[in-house]
Design a protein. Structure first.
Ligand SMILES: [Zn+2]
Length: 94
């Protein structure tokens, strides 16, 4: 009887975990499929600022992802800014 209860208990615990994992896989697959598609009207979502290498904004000190940073190349160095305002300030200082 205890064995039966243990199996039942394990089953009750395992089923939500499996459903959760399947849900994650389904979502990952959907993202993958959407990512492969060329950007269309349905792709109006802004890019997630997470991911990519983080660079420090030399003006305000904010860490910003390379993917979304405002870039400025000067003196053979690439500078990364969180906003156009910071880039403009940097250019005025230089
Ligand atoms: Zn900044």
């Amino acid at each position: 009887m205890l064995r039966f209860l243990a199996i039942l208990f394990a089953f009750v615990l395992v089923v939500p975990v499996i459903r959760f994992v399947l849900g994650l896989l389904g979502r990952a697959f959907t993202n993958f499929a959407l990512g492969n598609r060329a950007a269309g009207p349905g792709q109006a979502k802004p890019r997630v600022p997470a991911g990519g290498t983080l660079r420090k904004d030399p003006v305000c000190g904010t860490f910003v992802s390379e993917d979304v940073a405002i870039l400025l190349s000067s003196g053979g160095h690439m500078h990364y800014f969180c906003s156009n305002e910071c880039r403009d300030k940097f250019q005025k200082q230089a």
